[in-house]
Design a protein around this ligand. Structure first.
Ligand code: 0RA
Length: 630
């Protein structure tokens, strides 16, 4: 090859890597924890592609003791031959040229546009060091990189058996403010992948603490649904499974109705969780409404009643919809909304046809599902009447805000915050301690109703919940309107004990189920009251963690006093302001629901009926439950 061509290509590669390092967020969304974990997903996605193409069956992922990550598969191995145009190994090209992966292989369901699929070269560019090991055609090879640039030549490490690829990388601390991988976050994604791609074995090890798990599901998404429903009571023993292909769109659906009141549908496109929904989800909803109405009418179960609404036929439904589509168009704020119209048609047609068939063949399932939807429809009518009543009431009493609310004087929601405070006495301290210009206080007495165990009509009968809804101003459920929200910070302030954690969870469940955009917009926070006060003579300080207290105790020296706060009530108004409410000094924990499935799991397990899974979950996630890091 001609030298100048080679130089030109090299310069282009370096410019490409530089662009990624300069604007990492354009490629991986952000450089916070979410972006950091994306690096792993990106590498794993390559192995999953290899497995989906039928060439790999085992994927091993490990967080190493030094905090680096290794992903290994038993696929064909990334080709190592020298590419005639570039004069470099395919391996180096795949790892240094943006979007090069596809040029060597025509993967039919590769992902474009969405969160993944940016290419493994992006991971390389954002890694302090990366090492690729390939087993291929009887030999083992190795190539190292630093910040995306090859270091040394491709090494031939001699003869070997089998084939595969191993990528080890260490994220660059110059790019990522924090480089700690979280076990639970990675585990969730890896387990989802194992559910979505049946029979692929995914092994996950955390060498920092020796944790180790293997995920392999012969039942695929049917097992996924059974897993999500393990704390619920199913209305029919086996999930319904529908699959087929239409116009190049491969559709798989597993669904099971339960006695729960909420709907729990998770749509995926090429293994990506499309949390914003899109055409595939619309197709499913349309088909469910139509097929269940047709079935109900056909069997005389509706008589002259109104048709079942979409919400009626989805009440209590848990479903996984997984579609595979060659050229997905992702839209929406987080690029997790599918735009392809052919996906709507494919899902709608297939589900219409196959669900109708299933219900005819399984009349008992059909009967219990329709019965449930009819009940839902009646309850919805009752809720509508209850809401109308509250609306009329608010109209009559023109000073409609609840008496318990101590409102702020500020009227601009963006500058206002509301503290929802556990207990009347802490509420009293908060009212005295606050800055009334922009801080409102709503005290709660004791626990609120568990919304996981009631339909909306009953929920609206609870005075505490009505007070909260009126104070926030934005309504609930179908009538939710975020533009009417009165405060852009909704701060839950509870005692730092088990009861406090429970109350916070009840409140979060209410917000998550009925005012989800509040959570999605990042308006919901947990206050972080201190756990200890340490003082000696005139010196005093507060500690928010055990370790902080120990350090302060050391610092204050012999005979320092330590007080452990059991509740907010033990602080006087001034202390509460200083430690927990003053924007200058407090810390707030923003509630982020990065994964609806994980949140779903947390809420159904904590709030649902089955006791045993709840016990197990609380033990497994003790830390998470105490600080409610949803
Ligand atoms: C390009 C071409 C071929 C395989 C791969 C890339 C490949 C990439 C990764 C990344 C992780 N694991 C992987 N496994 C394979 C096809 C090579 C051939 O035709 O043999």
């Amino acid at each position: 090859m001609d030298e100048s061509r080679y130089d030109a290509d090299n310069i282009q590669v370096l410019e490409g890597l530089q662009a990624v390092r300069k604007r990492p967020s354009m490629y991986i969304g952000s450089t916070d924890s979410r972006g950091l974990h994306h690096l792993v997903y990106e590498v794993v996605d390559n192995s999953i592609d290899e497995a989906m193409a039928g060439h790999a069956g085992l994927i091993k992922v490990a967080v190493e003791e030094d905090g680096s990550v290794t992903v290994e598969d038993d696929g064909r191995g990334i080709p190592v031959g020298v590419h005639p145009r570039y004069g470099k190994s395919a391996l180096v090209i795949v790892l240094t040229v943006l979007h090069a992966g596809g040029k060597f292989d025509d993967k039919s369901y590769k992902v474009s546009g969405g969160l993944h699929g940016v290419g493994i070269s992006v991971v390389n560019a954002l890694s302090e060091s990366l090492e690729a090991t390939v087993w291929r055609e009887g030999r083992k090879y190795r190539q190292r990189f630093e910040r995306g640039v090859p270091v040394g030549e491709l090494e031939d490490l001699g003869p070997t058996e089998g084939s595969g690829t191993r990528i080890s990388f260490r994220p660059d601390p110059e790019i990522f403010p924090a480089t700690d991988f979280e076990y639970d976050v990675l585990r969730q994604r890896l387990r989802n992948l194992a559910f979505l791609n049946r029979n692929i074995e995914v092994r996950f090890s955390d060498r920092r603490d020796g944790r180790d798990e293997t995920f392999r599901y012969e039942g695929g998404i049917v097992e996924f649904v059974q897993h999500l429903n393990r704390s619920r009571e199913p209305l029919h023993p086996e999930p319904i499974f529908i699959h087929g292909e239409k116009d190049g769109v491969v559709v798989e659906l597993a669904m099971q109705y339960t006695s729960a009141y909420n709907e729990n549908i998770h749509p995926f496109v090429n293994n990506i969780n499309t949390v914003e929904g899109g055409t595939h989800l619309s197709g499913l909803k349309a088909a469910l409404t139509r097929t269940l109405n047709d079935h109900a009418r056909g069997r005389g179960m509706l008589k002259n009643a109104d048709p079942l609404s979409g919400e009626d036929v989805r009440e209590g439904l848990t479903a996984i919809l997984s579609v595979r589509i060659p050229d997905p168009q992702f839209e929406g704020q987080t690029k997790t909304k599918l735009g392809n119209s052919e996906a709507r048609k494919a899902v709608e047609t297939l589900v219409n046809e196959k669900l109708a068939e299933y219900l005819l063949e399984n009349p008992r399932v059909g009967e219990s599902v329709v019965q449930k939807a009819v009940l839902a429809s009646q309850a919805r009518e009752a809720a509508r009447k209850a809401r109308e009543l509250t609306r009329r009431k608010t109209f009559l009493e023109s000073t409609s805000l609840p008496g318990k609310l101590a409102d702020c004087s500020e009227r601009d929601p963006a500058k206002s915050e509301i503290f929802i405070v556990e207990g009347e006495s802490a509420g009293g301290s908060a009212k005295q301690g606050r800055d009334r210009r922009f801080q409102a206080i709503l005290p709660l007495r004791g626990k609120i109703l568990n919304v996981e165990k009631a339909r909306l009509d009953r929920i609206l009968k609870s005075e505490q919940i009505r007070n909260l809804i009126t104070a926030l101003g934005c309504g609930v459920g179908e009538e939710f309107d975020i533009s009417r929200l009165r405060y852009h910070r909704v701060i839950i302030m509870c005692d730092a004990d088990v009861d406090g954690a429970h109350i916070a969870t009840l409140l979060l469940t209410l917000l998550f189920r009925y005012m989800r955009p509040l959570v999605e917009n990042g308006y919901v926070y947990l206050a972080q009251p201190p756990l200890y006060k340490i003082w000696k003579g005139k010196k005093e300080a507060y500690a928010y963690y055990e370790r902080e207290m120990e350090a302060l105790y050391e610092e204050f020296g012999e005979n320092a006093n330590v007080q452990r706060y059991k509740g907010l009530g033990e602080m006087n108004p001034n202390q509460l302001w200083e430690t927990t409410m003053d924007p200058e000094t407090r810390t707030l924990k923003r509630i982020e629901i990065e994964d609806a499935i994980r949140a779903e799991e947390l809420f159904t397990t904590l709030m649902g009926d089955a006791v045993e899974p709840r016990r197990e979950f609380i033990f497994a996630h003790a830390a998470e439950v105490t600080n409610l890091d949803v």
